[in-house]
Design a protein around this ligand. Structure first.
Ligand SMILES: Cc1cc2nc3c(=O)[nH]c(=O)nc-3n(C[C@H](O)[C@H](O)[C@H](O)COP(=O)(O)OP(=O)(O)OC[C@H]3O[C@@H](n4cnc5c(N)ncnc54)[C@H](O)[C@@H]3O)c2cc1C
Ligand code: SF4
Length: 339
């Protein structure tokens, strides 16, 4: 990646969520929200033309850093809560293990101390063509995809096809939130709304004239995630395969949340991460697993089912090796709820 200096920019500290929405509305595509700014500043430093704002709107002092749990309401996490706080919270670790594990595996301790839960879910892709500011890339304002056309598509690119852009959603926390049935609260000029994770991350589409994978408009602010309290006996787990053990993005990950009836699974949500342009529910594996007791042969069949629709890239370097890694992630995640 290029390592130029961060260009000069205006810093706007929002005094309330409404003020943040007003500032974003006023400055339009020249402004961007920052939580921890670990992604936004990296984009600016790397000179990604289409992503570099002239103003940042800081929402880190609006009292949105909290984790609250009750048996009746479930879990509420403010948008600017750090990943370190999420991963260490006693209610998260005991009731929502997949989320604690996912947040605890993001980047390095320094990244987790600074990065916010909303920022992790809404981060840009780390496709190296975009991150090195290749001008033709769809996400940099161009009209082609270097990865799909036969470039180096080993690490940050889909094994489940694409739509214009073939980059994956690399965040670790989003697959866990999908598996746990989370919703997000969003404030915009028309007021507040609640969206499912599917609505928040629908996959690649064009929003405000930009190719991106989250559905937020330029003047929306995500304020909170809510996860309903799970049924008694629900277990969840997250597993991530990465190149470097110290810190790295996922080559594949899997998150699972399941209710049990005796030793059998009565309902299950299984989600693949870092293999498609959104966290991907493995619905055929979910159907197969329902009613089954977990054994090594059941786990192995579920992993095969989860990856049965994969269409890895074959032009350029290709990325079919990640189908095997994703199967491994599914197996480890299921083993994580089997004891
Ligand atoms: C060295 C390194 C290693 C990394 N490794 C991993 C990894 O292993 N796993 C992983 O998941 N990630 C990894 N990341 C990505 C990192 O986790 C993200 O940069 C971080 O989570 C973003 O959070 P932030 O609060 O800093 O977001 P910011 O940089 O502040 O924002 C990111 C994006 O989200 C938008 N945004 C932020 N908050 C809101 C909000 N409340 N409402 C609306 N929009 C918002 C911003 O406008 C921006 O587009 C790594 C990053 C680095 C630099
Ligand atoms: S995968 Fe997406 S971000 Fe990467 S080159 Fe293709 S269009 Fe650009």
């Amino acid at each position: 990646m290029s390592t130029s200096e961060v260009p000069k920019f205006g810093y706007l500290q929002a005094s309330s969520v409404g003020d943040a929405v007003s500032l974003l509305t006023k400055y339009g595509d020249q402004a961007k929200v920052i939580g921890g700014a670990t992604d936004v500043l990296t984009q600016m430093k790397n000179g990604i033309t289409a992503l570099t704002p002239q103003y940042v709107v800081d929402i880190s002092s609006l009292g949105l850093d909290y984790v609250r749990y009750s048996d009746s309401d479930g879990l509420r996490i403010g948008a600017t809560t750090s990943l370190t706080t999420v991963s260490a919270d006693p209610n998260v670790t005991s009731v929502f293990a997949a989320l604690a594990q996912a947040a605890g595996l993001v980047g390095s301790p320094q990244i987790r101390n600074q990065a916010t839960i909303a920022g992790d879910v809404l981060q840009e892709t780390w496709c190296w063509y975009l991150r090195n500011s290749y001008p033709g890339c769809w996400r940099n304002g161009g009209n082609l995809c270097y990865a799909a056309l036969g470039g180096d598509n080993r690490y940050y690119h889909s094994i489940f096809g694409g739509n214009l852009c073939y980059a994956v959603h690399s965040g670790d926390v989003a697959p866990a939130l999908f598996a746990l049935g989370a919703e997000a609260t969003v404030s915009g000029p028309m007021g507040q709304r609640t969206v499912t994770m599917d609505q928040l991350l629908p996959g690649v589409s064009i929003v405000d004239g930009r190719v991106k994978e989250n559905s937020l408009a330029y003047n929306d602010v995500l304020t909170e995630f809510h996860i309903p309290a799970p049924a008694s006996g629900t277990k969840s787990a997250f597993y991530k395969v990465r190149d470097r053990g110290a810190f790295d993005f996922a080559l594949a990950s899997a998150a699972v949340s399941a209710e049990f009836s005796g030793s059998a699974l009565s309902s299950v949500r299984l989600v693949l991460g870092a293999v498609a342009n959104k966290p991907l529910r493995a619905t055929s594996a979910e159907g197969y697993l329902t009613g089954k007791t977990l054994s090594e042969s059941v786990i192995s069949q579920a992993a095969d089912d989860a990856l049965s629709g994969a269409t890895p890239l074959t032009e350029g370097t290709g990325n079919s090796f990640r189908v095997l890694l994703a199967k491994g992630a599914v197996k480890y995640a299921l083993r994580g709820i089997s004891s």
